[in-house]
Design a protein around this ligand. Structure first.
Ligand code: AMP
Ligand code: GLY
Length: 432
């Protein structure tokens, strides 16, 4: 079987790494890929937004399954392009991808199918939105969340601790800081709790959750500093207790599938549900129509079955026949980022110690890496590597990941030193 993976981050490397293990898979291409993916797949110089070119490639190379990593091509309708040309692909079509592409669409879907989520109101003009924000604070809300409706590369959400910052961010949205994505804005009630990431595969007939995980969104230790794409992740997430898991299945995933069916959405892919566990009950923060990064890295480290078969069956509407095999062993992935991230950073610094890190038994997923003129691996993006390890316990996995991190260095490179600490606190029964 021939597979094409679309994307170039740590998520795509983790997917390629698992797909490569499948006995059925003969050839993997990745468009456009990165320096690490190049060791596991053949990288193809096609960008993720060149939908027709990707379809041409899949057709001429007899690709048996295309797996799409990022949200932008899904929201742009890559699945529609492929399916029109009868090319097999894993992912929701354009209409279904609005569950991530429009926060208002997602909120209406959640409300219609009684999925627990934050109270919210949508606005297409600044003045009534500003009035709503003032009222929220006047009525005693301590914070509100302001969200640009459309895709904004993770920058379109502000958890505003006071009225002024909420109004300033609202103004930015309507002044065009996020282009068309900010032409509509949602104002949400601020939920307080601990976040977890839940991925579930669906083919529109069945829905099957993967193991739970948790991201670390803030750039510095102890969840300080600005938000990032994610500085590390572990799986499982102990905040998702058996009771929380049951609620997620019954109150989120089942009604989600019912909604997909009632709305006749073509959904043969993954739904990533961002959950806030509030007083032991799950509430949905957001839907994403793709795997989360870095969360998919520890999740892939724990998968012991045939990933290609699972994704193929999902895309064919035969998910019920798929066999998901998980290890009980926890896994952790620590992100190494470029100095200055998530702000401005410099690129082109040679990364040393990759071989030594791999020799520890860790798996180093590449995100923003490329080759310089001498063929050395250099940093080329904000998040550079995801250094992952599996262990008999979460402690062992954390130790394994950091032992490998210690071998790697590049100018300015840094990571958080507390990835996994929250899981340990849970297991010790400490309050977080
Ligand atoms: P979103 O893109 O909607 O998930 O928002 C990004 C991040 O903002 C989430 O991962 C949360 O950390 C935070 N967030 C979003 N909505 C809320 C909310 N209603 N209450 C508290 N935090 C939120
Ligand atoms: N790590 C969060 C995301 O992928 O959106």
């Amino acid at each position: 079987m021939n597979v094409l993976v679309v994307g170039s981050g740590g998520r795509e490397h983790a997917l390629v790494w698992q797909l490569k293990k499948s006995p059925e898979v003969e050839q993997i291409w990745c468009a456009p890929g990165n320096a690490g993916i190049a060791a596991d797949a053949e990288c193809v110089a096609i960008k993720v937004d060149e939908l027709e070119k990707l379809a041409d490639f899949a057709e001429t190379h007899n690709v048996d399954l295309t797996v799409v990593g990022p949200e932008a091509p899904l929201c742009d309708g890559i699945v529609n392009v492929f399916r029109t040309r009868k090319l097999p692909i894993f992912g929701p079509d354009r209409r279904a991808a609005q569950l991530e592409g429009s926060k208002d669409f997602a909120k209406q879907f959640m409300n219609k199918y009684h999925i627990p989520t934050a109270r919210a109101a949508a606005f297409t003009a600044e003045a009534p939105a500003a009035e709503y924000i003032r009222n929220e604070f006047a009525n005693g809300e301590k914070s509100v969340v302001v969200k640009a409706d459309g895709l904004a590369a993770g920058k379109g959400v502000l958890v505003a601790p006071d009225e002024k910052s909420a109004l300033d961010f609202l103004h930015e949205c309507f002044a065009g800081a996020f282009g068309e994505s900010g032409a509509k804005v949602l104002i949400e009630e601020c939920l307080v709790g601990e976040e977890a990431s839940i991925f579930a595969l669906t083919d529109g007939k069945t829905i099957v959750p993967l193991v739970s995980s948790q991201d670390h969104k803030r750039v510095f230790d102890h969840d300080e500093g600005p938000n990032t794409g994610g500085m590390g992740a572990y799986s499982p997430a102990p905040v998702v207790t058996a009771a929380v898991w049951r609620d997620i299945e019954n109150e989120v995933l089942k009604p989600f599938l019912e909604g997909v069916q009632s709305e006749d959405l073509d959904y043969r892919g993954v739904i990533f549900v961002g959950i806030m566990v509030c007083d032991g009950r799950p509430k949905v923060l957001e839907f994403n129509v793709r795997f989360g990064d870095p969360e998919i890295q520890p999740v892939m480290r724990r998968f012991d079955g045939d990933w290609f078969d699972v994704l193929l069956k999902t895309s064919e509407g035969k998910l019920a026949e798929a066999d998901l095999v998980w290890s009980d062993d926890p896994a952790v992935s620590v992100v190494m980022a470029s100095g200055g991230y998530p702000g401005k950073y410099t690129k082109g610094h040679v990364i040393s110690g990759l071989r030594e890190a791999a020799a520890t038994g860790a798996v180093v997923f590449h995100a923003g890496t490329s080759f310089n003129q001498d063929g050395a691996v250099v940093n080329a993006g904000g998040r550079v590597l995801g250094v992952s390890a599996r262990g008999k316990t979460i402690e062992e996995a954390i130790k394994g990941a950091y032992a490998a991190v210690a071998k790697i260095s590049f100018d300015g490179g840094f990571c958080r030193s507390d990835i996994g600490a929250k899981a340990l606190k849970h297991l010790k029964g400490d309050n977080i």
